[in-house]
Design a protein around this ligand. Sequence first.
Ligand SMILES: *Cc1c(COP(=O)(O)O)cnc(C)c1O
Length: 416
Amino acid sequence: MIKKPFVTKTQLDAIVKQYPTPFHLYDEKGIRENARKLKQAFAWNPGFKEYFAVKATPNPAILKVLQEEGCGVDCSSLTELMMSERCGFRGDEIMFSSNETPAEEYIKASQLDATINLDDITHIDFLQECVGIPKKISCRFNPGGVFSLGTDIMDNPGDAKYGMTKEQLMEAYSRLKELGVETFGMHAFLASNTVTNEYYPTLAKILFELAVEIKEQTGVQLNFINLSGGVGVPYTPDKEPNDILAIGEGVHKVYDEVLVPAGMGDVKIFTELGRFMLAPYGHLIVKAVHEKHTYKEYIGVDACAVNLMRPAMYGAYHHITVMGKEDATCDHVYDVVGSLCENNDKFAIDRNLPKIDKGDLLVIHDTGAHGFAMGYNYNGKLKSAELLLQEDGSVRMIRRAETPEDYFATLEGFWE
Ligand SMILES: *Cc1c(COP(=O)(O)O)cnc(C)c1O
């Protein structure tokens, strides 16, 4: 698939006149259309709801757009709960899928009447001490072992710190029932960034069959099953994007095969997608500021890993378009690098690109999720602004860039 930016060079030239690079730019139209498609894919399930994983793109303007499209939020920290509260999310619109949770976070989640998704059986007692056991609760399942699709190993749940074993899960539901819980849910996140239409249906089958077992063993009838995140996006041009309509149909099919015959045809399906909802609808816009010719050819840009950590952290590929040279031959091989004193600060390594000149604008693709959000301040580098390309073509700044004053704010009074 050819990766094309969602902005044209003309649009971008105008934007950079007003807002200096680097910045993250989000595409409101793309976000809305995709959210509507997800809703359509699960329209067969009347209780369906997407809880956007706030950690992927924690910006109120983005949360508002998704709220208007009928999404709730999935939080896992105090500040994510606070941001969601300030955006007007309440009660059934908030899922709290945390782990190693501090008491203050359970207290906040309880104040907001969020649905708490327990990561561990020991947290039943802890939650009871903190705020008491709510009427509605969810439990997170981890089957252990490896998660595979056919012969492909997708991920390694047995190595993951999340969730309860099957035995713990059964015990947890029985205890929670005794403690007065009336509405139950189940959650599992078994593979990350899957680019296959099989992940959700395969996960759903595991969870649906388990739900039937839970009913038989404990008498607990689940009200919802949360398929969580993990539906991915094609970062590299050789991959095809997931077909969310096919994924929804795949889940529908196993629902009809497993849950309906068991008399559980009223179970609601929830999702907690982050990457799928936002990644393709964000670009990191940077400018080429230096070129260096030593043992390799380097292009230095005005952003660095603090603005996008995924390449440094995971060796992740992010496609790059040199604006105005979309159709030029990729006859140069570059490392595209930032300015950190850290050699993993490279947005691209040995990448075939057209000849890049100083001043060229580069679009780094698929940065809308887990992009700005993973930012940090190494080397005293500052986080960039975030801009929203609105449906009418105008641009709105939805977060200003950090200033040195922001960086020094936590040191106020410590200068002697
Ligand atoms: C990170 C996370 C998500 C979102 O994952 P994506 O890969 O972005 O879809 C959903 N739920 C939980 C609990 C998470 O930690």
